[in-house]
Ligand binder design. Structure first.
Ligand code: FMN
Length: 195
């Protein structure tokens, strides 16, 4: 089982990163091979809309620090995507990564990924009210489904805004560990709605 974690927060003690690491650590103890990429430390461009991945190549024409991440996504059984909520959306770093996954679609918009992978979307917001921003994951899930992901887990952290707050949320740590258990036992039905 190969798990790739893509971290979209620039904060060194980020809450979304901490939750991603809880899943990675747990899955690692259960035997997963894990890899982590902190987007804010990398040099890369957003999608240039050149359409080369649809007309001439089966991959992105840009060669930069996202190149190995897009390759790792192809190889992975599960990807963990963690982002803070910035103005009701994912961070710019994460959005630029996600735009580049356009290169994982064929010209007819079918997926270039092997079907059946799992995804985990971790979304940390300052607002305590989870009804706010409930629209964000479903919009990304439309594309995750198109990419062929079979199980899409969601883990949301609501308030407080300070970094390093995950230790005060044992409920979320438990949910992260349950998600890791599910990733490592793909026969268990996904329970994205539970989180
Ligand atoms: C530029 C910026 C915009 C933000 N916008 C929102 C927002 O619209 N709604 C919200 O609930 N929290 C917002 N926040 C708070 C963060 O989502 C919150 O601190 C979150 O825990 C950050 O995740 P991280 O710890 O993984 O970096 C914003 C923070 C920043 C820096």
């Amino acid at each position: 089982m190969k798990i790739v974690a893509i971290l979209g927060s620039p904060r060194s003690k980020s809450n979304s990163t901490a939750l991603a690491r809880k899943i990675v650590e747990r899955a690692g103890t259960l035997g997963a091979e894990t890899q982590e990429f902190a987007l804010n430390k990398l040099q890369f461009k957003g999608c240039q809309a050149c359409e080369t991945c649809k007309t001439k190549l089966d991959h992105c024409v840009l060669r930069d620090d996202l190149t190995p991440i897009l390759e790792a996504v192809k190889e992975a059984d599960a990807i963990i995507m963690a982002s803070p909520n910035y103005f009701g959306e994912v961070s710019g770093q994460f959005k630029s990564f996600f735009d580049r996954t356009y290169s994982l679609l064929n010209p007819d918009f079918s997926s270039r990924l092997k079907p059946g992978k799992s995804s985990v979307f971790i979304f940390a917001q300052g607002q305590p009210n989870l009804n706010l921003y409930a629209d964000v994951h479903p919009r990304y899930e439309i594309w995750l489904n198109r990419y062929g992901f079979a199980h899409n887990y969601l883990l949301r952290m609501n308030g407080p805004r300070p970094a390093d707050s995950v230790a005060q949320r044992p409920d979320l740590i438990t949910q992260a560990e349950e998600i890791a258990n599910n990733l490592m036992s793909p026969s268990i039905e996904p329970r994205a709605d539970k989180f």
